[in-house]
Design a protein around this ligand. Structure first.
Ligand code: SAM
Length: 274
């Protein structure tokens, strides 16, 4: 008996909305737009990842160009019904999307690639292939804690990551440590990065702290995974505002200026250096 394919309800078919600084009032957004001449780009949809990349290949960097790219890539994500697991929504093509963005980042900014939260190394491997092509490194950090045991992070996932990444020893540097320690912060700050994927814990203070390590050395794009976690989105937004001098930080760090761009149908949310 063949399984029935459920109908996707109409409301799920609405096109994605792009928001610059999603948590701000319209007045605050206008203030930022005026300051940095930020424009919402018209959404130009391409049909495949490849054509999406070709389409944008020779556009110089601009925030509008970034938004166009992101919307084109977002259009490739399948619509999902309300019963789909929240973590699946906007994440089906996430690795391919990161590859496209990483390639573009390598062409646009100096620096290596950084991933916090290696897990099994699947995304690291994708980034490593791009890094190798452009003579860059991928740095990835994970502590693979022993608990909770159900995830088997230390016994199964960690060895799998090392095995998967062994063929990329020339480009991948693995650090096995808690990302929040002062030593890890110093390690992150040793280099500059054209693209960062922040993907460890999702709590507000954790994300704030991690971005406090990353933003001073991020040259281009920072993707923060799991935007459906509201405390994470709040931390991203706060750091963006602090970087623009629009909010005071309780732990001031010198960083570049970052615009927060969120496409409603994507699982990750993005900071773009202005
Ligand atoms: C969602 S997974 C990362 C997935 C991976 N980036 C990918 O795309 O396949 C989160 C990882 O963060 C790691 N992690 C959680 N807290 C951490 C911390 N404080 N320091 C370093 N790694 C941590 C976990 O061990 C886990 O492997």
């Amino acid at each position: 008996m063949s399984a029935e394919i459920p109908e996707i309800p109409e409301p799920m078919r609405v096109p994605p909305t792009v928001e610059v600084h999603p948590a701000l009032t319209p007045e605050q957004r206008d203030a930022i737009r005026g300051r940095f001449a930020v424009e919402h780009a018209g959404a130009q949809h391409a049909h495949t990842l490849h054509s999406a990349f070709d389409f944008f290949a020779d556009q110089p960097f601009s925030l509008g160009g970034f938004v166009q790219r992101l919307v084109a890539l977002a259009s490739l994500e399948p619509a999902m019904g309300p019963d789909a697991p929240v973590g699946d929504r906007g994440g089906v093509h996430q690795r391919a999307r990161l590859a496209v963005m990483a390639e573009w980042a390598c062409q646009t900014w100096p620096g290596d690639l950084l991933e916090t939260g290696t897990y099994g190394g699947e995304t690291t491997e994708v980034l490593a292939q791009i890094a190798r092509r452009y003579g860059r490194k991928v740095r990835t950090i994970d502590c693979w804690p022993a608990a909770p045991a159900a995830y088997e992070l230390d016994t199964v996932v960690k060895p799998a990551a090392y095995a998967r990444l062994a063929p990329y020893a020339d480009v991948v540097e693995i650090r096995e440590a808690d990302v929040l320690t002062p030593e890890s912060r110093a390690w992150i700050r040793e280099r500059q990065y054209c693209l960062v994927l922040a993907d460890t814990m999702k709590g507000h203070e954790h994300v704030r702290h991690e971005l406090g390590s990353i933003l001073p050395v991020a040259q281009g794009l920072v993707a923060v995974d799991d935007s459906y976690v509201s405390s994470l989105m709040r931390a991203v937004e706060e750091r963006a505002l602090e970087s623009l001098g629009m909010a005071a930080a309780s732990d001031p760090v010198a960083m570049g200026r970052f615009i927060h761009v969120h496409v409603s149908t994507l699982r990750e949310t993005w900071l773009v250096r202005a």
